[in-house]
Design a protein around this ligand. Sequence first.
Ligand code: GLU
Length: 309
Amino acid sequence: MKKVSDEQLKSWMEHVRIYANNGKVADYIPALMRQKPEINAAAYYDVDGSCVGAGQTEYRFTLQSVSKILALAVALMKHGEGAVFSRVGKEPTSDPFYSISKLELEKPSKPINPMINAGALAITNMMCGENSEEMVGEIIQLAKELTREDSIDYDEEVAKSEYESAFLNRSLAYFMKQNGVITGSVEELLDAYTKQCAITMNVQQLARIGAVFANDGKDMETNEQIIPEHYAQICKTFMVTCGMYNASGSFAIRVGIPAKSGVSGAILGVVKNQGGVAVFGPALDEKGNSVIGIKLLEIMAKHYKWSIF
Ligand code: GLU
C-alpha cells in the first residue's frame, strides 16, 4: 500500500489546475457565483494521523451537498435506520439533484434517496431543535467532532443568499409538506437546510472527516467511535450509489471510491482503511461536479489502486 506523497500531490495539482477552464462556477446561488474559479486545494488525511496537501489548503469553502452525508449520519444516530428509511428511499436516480418529478410519480410521495435535495430536506427535517439554529447545530456538532476543530460554523452570507433564492428547494419542501413527508415550518426547515449547506471548512478538515469514515466511524487519534460502524457504512454506500449526483455511475467506473460532491466545488472521498481525500475547485461540469476534483481523484485512484471494484 503506497502512501500519498506530498510532492506527488502538489505536482498532480499543478497538472490538473488547467482543467478549471472546462467548467463553470455554480450561479444559481448568488453568493457562490462570486467564487473564483482558479482557486484549488486538495488534502489527503491518512488514518495514521498524517496529512498532506496541495494548493490553497487553508481556504475555507462551503460544503453544500457534502453536508448531506453529515446530516444523514446525525439522523441515523438520533432516530435509527427504521425512522430514516420510512422518510427517504435507498435507490439511486438518473434525475438531477434538484428534480421534483419522482416526488409526484412515487406513491406514497417519498424522496428516492437522502442525497437528492428532496431527500436531504426530509433528513434535515429530522434534526431536533426548536429553531433552525438548533437544528443546524446538531450537524455542526458532528462536524466539530469529526474534524476535532471547535471553530467549525456556517457562513451567514452564503446561507442567507441561498435562503433568499431557494425557490426550487422551497417548492420541493412545500410539496412534501402537503404530502405529509415533512412536518413543521417549511421556512424554518429551509433556514436550517441552507445553513447546513453553508457549513464552512478547508480541505484538511474535510479530508479528516473522510479519514474517520475510512476508519469505519472511529476517530483514528482518540479511538472514539464517533459514528457507529453500520451507520458509517450506510453513509458510504450512498456516497457510492448517489454521491456524485447523476454521474455516480461514471464516477464509480472512473475513480471507484465512495465520494460526495457539492456545488461549491468540494468533493469528499473515502479510501477504505487508508484515509480521506478532499478536493476543492469551484469550476463544475454539467452534472455539478468539480472538474479538477474529478480529474485529480481519477489520477490518484489509478496511481494508488484505490478503486473498490
Ligand atoms: N445548497 C445546494 C442546493 O440545495 C446544495 C446543492 C449541491 O451542492 O448539490 O441547491
